[in-house]
Design a protein around this ligand. Structure first.
Ligand code: ADP
Ligand code: ADP
Length: 214
């Protein structure tokens, strides 16, 4: 079934946005638009002609900083052009991006996944991703059948370079400084739906679906 829902998932790093985006996309036949994955696939892209502080997206990402808007907006606008219904994960991350997005599309649902900070750190430092297909696991909360091996395609499970404790703390700081105002922006417009991101992924998914179906 596809009702062409346009869903925005907000939440701090580790809140479960990627996990829930995939499930919502499967349930409702939506495209996942995720700037994080798009940027990771282009970490070494030469952006030196933009005259920014660093010459590749990866240099920002490995420091836990935001990649400049000029790069990120471009990714989103071309993904939106190809999508009817979508789940947007990881964008917008600052007020300028939120403004840009509002010029590109309307949204039907804006969800905020809420998870306490200590749990976010545990989730991120234990996150492992398949180097081949990108499937996400967790060493304790969602372990693969065989340690270090992807259940889907047998690929090697690796830790993202920005999932070390030091960089995780920097990303949480950047979230508070730059992305918390985006949350307030949607809250002030009465479109924000706050959903607990605690409990199992199934629990969280059920909460999201019941909001969409209500
Ligand atoms: P998380 O899983 O922590 O939510 P993402 O995979 O969404 O992380 O993002 C990883 C990194 O990619 C960010 O720390 C940032 O450097 C970059 N990034 C992703 N989305 C954006 C965005 N909308 N604006 C700027 N940088 C972004
Ligand atoms: P985000 O995209 O918001 O950064 P992810 O979906 O990648 O978050 O989840 C971060 C880590 O936490 C992953 O290792 C994932 O397996 C795990 N995780 C996701 N949802 C839950 C949950 N409800 N309970 C425990 N761990 C979770």
């Amino acid at each position: 079934m596809s009702d062409d829902h346009r869903v925005l998932l907000l939440g701090p790093p580790g809140a479960g946005k990627g996990t829930q985006s995939d499930r919502l996309a499967a349930e409702y036949g939506l495209d996942v638009i995720t700037t994080g994955d798009a940027l990771r696939n282009n970490k070494q892209m030469d952006i030196s002609d933009l005259g920014l502080e660093y010459d590749t997206p990866g240099e920002y990402m490995d420091r836990g900083e935001l990649v400049p808007d000029a790069v990120v907006n471009e990714i989103v606008v071309s993904a939106l052009a190809d999508a009817d219904g979508f789940v947007l994960d990881g964008y917008p991350r600052n007020l300028d991006q939120a403004e840009y997005l509002s010029e590109q599309t309307a949204l039907d649902y804006v969800f905020l996944l809420e998870v306490p900070e200590a749990e976010l750190i545990d989730r991120l430092t234990g996150r492992r991703v398949c180097a081949a297909c990108g499937e996400t696991f967790h060493v304790d909360f969602d372990p693969p059948e065989e340690p270090g091996v992807c259940d889907v395609d047998g690929g090697e499970l690796v830790q993202r370079e920005d999932d070390t404790e030091e960089t995780v703390r920097e990303r949480l700081r950047v979230y508070e400084d730059e992305t918390a105002p985006v949350v307030d922006h949607y809250r002030e417009r009465d479109v924000l739906v706050e959903v607990s991101g605690e409990g199992t992924p199934d629990d969280v998914f059920d909460r999201l679906v019941s909001q969409i179906e209500s």
